[in-house]
Design a protein around this ligand. Structure first.
Ligand code: AMP
Length: 419
């Protein structure tokens, strides 16, 4: 028996109520803040990710799905949403529009991770990006928008963690101090952190292993090494968050999984969990567009994982609107009635009434059982008598009551608002 590949899953019809709920909230949030939809391909030139996310991060070193196509071109399944959005921004000359350009996406991302609850090899992200503006007000707006999103879903038990990781000018100085701090503890570092110490020291700060976390606790804080501009930028972000009443926690060890971030980084975590299960995260990435071949262009954005959101909606037992059900089921007794039933089904659908038409050779009882299992409000039954008199039998599936109605009136009846 074949199964979905490890770390992936099917989304069955009953689950889709959650997906629809989250996707609709995402779309109306973006409308509220002036973000427009953008869809990018599921695979890209591998370099879109490898040249930007930078070596030394798990996402590039260990988790990318990279393959050669039949022409020998190296492609990668989308590992995250931001780099493709920037590629599209450059490819379509969106930098010529008034800035910032505000875009959002919803789609799958692929990472070869160790599967566990809330961590998959194919997951789905909702992300929004504001490109072409350095104003700290935009960082604060993006954070406020992320919060607005979770609140609109009915999720309120989360914390926003905030940090600044500086820029090209001030970060190298900090990394040197950080390296020096960790060099005193090399014998206690996990094997991954030994590599990070050489390749990517900032990531030392968010290692989840206990001995490494102990060393991180006494590490120098980046806030003390920010250049004047980064310091002012960070102060302004906090001021704007303050006036908008957005609660946040400063976390000097927050660095994020992708290396293109500059200045503001933030993460949204459920209150009762540790850092393993972030609902979403984002920040500023002022160098990414330049790394992709564009002019230096500041930008800021956020992405959330849909699976983790849905896990939390279920955990909090939130009431999600059910998917709309078809209005009627049409049943028939013999071939002549079946022909009339087909005609009726087609006419009702043209009138905008959702119909499930019985098929096959089930008995009337079998057809009614099917209608019951579909949780449909009305069944229309056609037999010889109904056909000859141009009537239909209408059965209220909840009460079991039946009445005969002329065929020509059935659409009007079904469209009447029901109590
Ligand atoms: P990132 O692109 O790493 O910033 O991820 C953005 C969000 O996507 C995270 O905060 C998670 O909610 C979600 N996410 C990331 N990786 C996974 C994964 N492997 N499985 C499920 N959700 C994920």
């Amino acid at each position: 028996m074949h199964k979905a590949p490890r770390g992936t899953f099917d989304i069955l019809p009953q689950e889709h109520a959650y997906w629809k709920y989250v996707e609709e909230k995402a779309a109306s949030l973006c409308q509220l803040y002036g973000y427009q939809p953008l869809s990018t391909p599921i695979f890209e030139d591998a370099q879109i990710f490898t040249n930007t996310v930078a070596g030394g991060t798990d996402i590039v070193d260990k988790e990318m799905y990279i393959f050669e196509d039949k022409s020998g071109q190296e492609l990668a399944l989308r590992a995250e949403g931001t780099a493709p959005v920037c590629r599209a921004y450059l490819e379509h000359g969106l930098f010529n529009l008034p800035q910032p350009v505000k875009l959002y996406y919803i789609g799958p991302a692929f990472r070869y991770e160790r599967p566990q609850s809330g961590r998959y090899r194919q997951h789905h992200q909702f992300g929004f990006e504001a490109l072409g503006e350095a104003d700290p007000a935009l960082d604060a707006e993006v954070i406020e928008m992320a919060r607005h999103f979770f609140c609109s879903l009915g999720l309120s038990q989360f914390i926003i963690q905030l940090n600044s990781i500086g820029c090209k000018l001030c970060r190298p100085g900090y990394l040197e101090v950080l390296r020096q701090h960790y060099s005193g503890y090399t014998d206690r570092l996990c094997p991954d952190c030994k590599v990070r110490l050489v390749k990517n020291p900032l990531r030392l700060l968010d290692c989840k292993k206990t001995p490494c976390q102990e060393i991180a606790k006494t590490a120098p804080k980046i806030a003390n090494y920010l250049c004047h501009e980064c310091h002012l930028h960070f102060q302004s972000v906090q001021k704007y968050l303050g006036v908008m009443g957005i609660p946040f926690q400063l976390n000097p060890r927050l660095v994020r999984g992708l290396d293109y971030y500059t200045r503001t980084v933030f993460e949204v975590e459920p209150r009762e969990n540790g850092g393993q299960t972030a609902l979403g995260g984002g920040g500023r990435y002022d160098n990414l567009i330049e790394e992709l071949g564009g002019k230096p262009t500041p930008a800021v954005g956020f992405a959330a994982g849909l699976e983790r959101i849905i896990l939390n909606l279920k955990k909090q037992k939130l009431d999600i609107p059910a998917l709309p059900r078809p209005d009627v089921f049409i049943a028939y007794l013999e071939e002549e009635a079946k022909t009339e039933a087909m005609k009726l089904a087609s006419e009702l659908r043209k009138a905008g009434i959702a119909v499930i038409m019985a098929t096959g050779d089930k008995s009337l009882r079998g057809q009614m059982r099917q209608a019951d299992s579909l949780d449909i409000a009305y069944a229309l039954i056609l037999g010889e008598q109904e056909v000859s008199k141009r009537n239909v039998m209408l059965r209220d599936m909840r009460s079991g009551e039946q009445k005969t109605i002329p065929s020509v009136e059935i659409a009007r009846f079904l469209k009447q608002p029901k109590i």
